[in-house]
Design a protein around this ligand. Structure first.
Ligand SMILES: [Zn+2]
Length: 45
């Protein structure tokens, strides 16, 4: 089962593992850690 990548943008590396996170809606999602940042996080952006 592959992740759809066309509707998402890879933005910044995960602060924990360095994997490229996906910016999805209001969240940054690490493929290993799940949601790392969201809109309410001061690091979001
Ligand atoms: Zn990670």
């Amino acid at each position: 089962m592959s992740e759809p990548e066309e509707s998402t943008k890879r933005t910044r590396p995960c602060p924990y593992c360095g994997a490229s996170m996906v910016h999805r809606h209001c969240e940054y999602v690490c493929p290993h850690h799940g949601v790392v940042f969201d809109c309410s996080d001061p690091f979001y952006g």
